[in-house]
Design a protein around this ligand. Structure first.
Ligand SMILES: Nc1ncnc2c1ncn2[C@@H]1O[C@H](COP(=O)(O)OP(=O)(O)OP(=O)(O)O)[C@@H](O)[C@H]1O
Length: 249
């Protein structure tokens, strides 16, 4: 996936400008920035859900909607209507709508993809449970399975770790790493900076524009973190992510 010169205005205000970003097959890429930096807007622009003012989004060689059919999207957990009376299995199956087509019945392949997606997040045993009865971690795994059911080539993950316990974070991190190794392209927003530095091969630090990008070991300059996140120079929080320099303490 390639984003070039992306610019987005919302409510008459510039939210994103001059965004250049790539995610290749086999990569888990982190998109990090403070609240309001435009991370969700960027994901929604890739999905074609947000009107863009300028720039292009190319997925699998196509700038039109065709490439988007193989994009899996995991929204922030609170955006899903969990009180809707529907089972885990049916939520995951709904991820196949793009493959089945509106109004058509699910077939053998759709149920197979649903089962495989549930197995990957270890939710097969809970497939008949109404989603309203799940814990936060189980809900997050259902949303990931719903995106995987499409068998996407590109997976967009919006804050998949927020509010999760350590075992669930580790389960999902291992899953995302495996998916990348299998040749998927993954783009993930997160506020877990330390986790992103460990799990992601490359990072984009954004705050309405791309402040810096590179492998985690290439982002050792505290200046870019200060600019993107508003850390104060010498902040002990910079040291917690392994970014500090004697002259800035
Ligand atoms: N529909 C909208 N109309 C007007 N402004 C919007 C709309 N949606 C988002 N915004 C604004 O766009 C900016 C970027 O929002 P966005 O949700 O993309 O940020 P984010 O980086 O995902 O933030 P967070 O980390 O808090 O989830 C914010 O200032 C937000 O208020």
């Amino acid at each position: 996936m390639t984003v070039e010169g992306l610019a987005v205005d919302l409510g008459g205000r510039e939210v994103l400008r001059e965004i250049d970003l790539t995610v290749a097959r086999g990569e888990l890429v982190g998109l990090i920035g403070p609240n309001g930096a435009g991370k969700t807007t960027l994901l929604r622009s890739v999905l074609g859900l947000t009107q863009i003012r300028g720039g292009t989004v190319t997925i699998g060689g196509s700038t039109a909607g065709a490439g988007r059919r193989k994009v899996g999207y995991v929204p922030q957990r609170h955006e899903f209507a969990w009180d809707f009376p529907i089972s885990v299995e049916d939520v995951v199956l709904s991820g196949r709508v793009g493959a089945i087509g509106w109004g058509r019945r699910a077939g053998v392949e759709d149920y197979r993809a649903t089962r495989q997606a549930l197995e990957r997040v270890h939710m097969q045993d809970l497939r008949r449970r109404p989603v309203g009865q799940l814990s936060g971690g189980q809900r997050q795994r259902v949303l990931v399975a719903r995106a995987l059911a499409l068998r996407p080539c590109l997976l967009l993950l919006d804050e998949p770790f927020t509010g999760l316990d350590i075992p669930t974070q580790e389960l999902l991190t291992d899953l995302f790493t495996s998916l990348a190794q299998e040749g998927h392209a993954l783009l993930m927003t997160t506020h877990d900076l330390a986790g992103a530095l460990v799990a992601c091969q490359r990072l984009y630090l954004v705050n309405r524009r791309v402040i810096a990008t590179g492998r985690p070991d290439e982002l050792a300059d505290p200046g870019v973190w200060i600019e993107a996140f508003g850390f104060r120079p010498g902040s002990p929080l910079l040291a917690t992510i392994g970014v500090h320099r004697a002259d800035l303490r």
